[in-house]
Design a protein around this ligand. Structure first.
Ligand code: CP3
Length: 345
């Protein structure tokens, strides 16, 4: 069986760099837009055959090496009773503005809540050939906390940062973490080969705050998860972080670090590939260029890694974040073809 980690696809005695994109199933894709005509985003996520079909669209159309479960990272907030709706972006019924707001959260969560993700993952594993990996995902604790406090992860996150010191972060994480751990486990049990932890907001923290507040919660999740699923990989993606943040992670239970386009990928692979696979980090905006320009960008992107003599066996190609809404579909198709043809080692 091929996978994006150890058993990669070989072409003429060379090995192909595997590739998948966050948001590879989404609004830029005709297949998704057609399904959205008949179903709301929430229905697509929560109806397992539909979630499976949305996930499969970009696999069939573009031949990505991994399928990422179609879902959303904010569902644990709904499970906690925060009345999540998508209109079309996410909106919560209330926010955690003060410590007493923690009392409004559901302290006895329904353990069957994430069954829709488990069922969709099972269907996906059945629908996919053995040559493709299945990825589950959850939100990382700080990012989910920032959403619960701010209703988004935009802006300066003042209230979220104050909440690190007034008890809200600890109280919220105490309720959240068992639920997110359960969500990770249910995806792994249903057949996910890896589970991603997306930490989109964490780069707003100083390196010291990242170390003091974010990392211990991540380590709790990864260590508890690996006790039960030692062979399921964990991908930790953070956005807006620096190399110094990455240096502080030091978590042997994390298998892959995903980085955004601000990082010098060659430097990151050379420094961290002894400890982790590295995933990333093409700028998603480049996919909006004319194809001839995208091709040049891809060529340079690859050449810099060759020149820096990186260990290609530890690289998973991807974007620095997710595919953007108005990305031309044709550029996604050609990019995957280009990577499969040229990123060989
Ligand atoms: O293909 C895949 O990668 C799986 C699908 C996926 C979605 N959300 C579907 C989605 C994944 C991996 C996510 C993760 C997610 N969701 C994150 C972390 C990664 C990131 O983007 O930073 C975050 C912060 C969210 C929260 C969220 N959900 C936002 C901010 C939005 C609206 C704006 C936006 O950027 O899309 C959503 C809705 C959402 N989640 C859509 C999709 C396809 C759009 C729904 C629609 O309008 O049709």
């Amino acid at each position: 069986m091929n996978d994006i980690f150890e058993n990669r696809i070989k072409v003429d005695n060379k090995t192909r760099v595997p590739v998948w994109f966050m948001r590879q199933a989404g609004r830029y894709h005709d297949h998704y837009q057609n399904m959205k005509k008949k179903n709301t985003f929430m229905e697509l996520c929560k109806t397992p055959p539909l979630a499976c079909e949305v996930t499969m669209g970009p696999i069939r159309d573009f031949d990505f090496d991994a399928a990422i479960l179609f879902s959303d990272l904010l569902f644990p907030l709904e499970q906690l009773g925060m009345d999540l709706i998508y209109d079309p972006g996410p909106k919560l019924g209330f926010q955690i503005d003060k410590l007493e707001d923690i009392k409004k959260l559901n302290h006895n969560p329904d353990h069957n809540f994430f069954n829709f993700q488990a069922e969709a993952t099972t269907l996906l594993r059945e629908a996919l050939s053995d040559t493709k990996s299945v990825l589950g995902f959850v939100g990382a604790p700080f990012t989910l906390y920032a959403y619960a406090v701010e209703g988004s992860h935009a802006g300066s996150l003042v209230s979220s940062k104050v909440g690190l010191f007034d008890g809200r972060y600890e109280a919220f994480c105490e309720l959240l973490l068992p639920n997110v751990l359960h969500e990770m486990k249910i995806q792994a049990k249903a057949g996910a080969n890896a589970v991603c932890l997306f930490d989109t907001a964490v780069g707003e923290l100083t390196v010291n705050d990242f170390k003091e507040f974010a990392i211990p919660k991540i380590k709790y999740l990864t260590s508890e998860f690996k006790k039960e699923f030692p062979n399921t990989k964990i991908i930790y993606y953070s956005r807006n972080t620096h190399v110094k943040h990455l240096r502080e992670i030091q978590d042997r239970n994390i298998d892959v670090l995903g980085v955004d386009w601000r990082h010098d990928l060659a430097e990151v692979i050379n420094e961290f590939s002894k400890d982790y696979y590295i995933q990333g980090n093409f700028d998603p905006c480049w996919l909006h260029l004319e194809w001839s320009q995208v091709e040049k960008k891809l060529e340079t992107f690859h050449k810099e890694l060759v020149d820096a003599n990186v260990d290609f066996s530890k690289w998973i190609c991807g974007l620095g974040h997710g595919v953007l809404q108005h990305t031309p579909e044709e550029n996604v198709r050609k990019t995957i073809q280009y990577i499969h043809k040229n990123f060989l080692y």
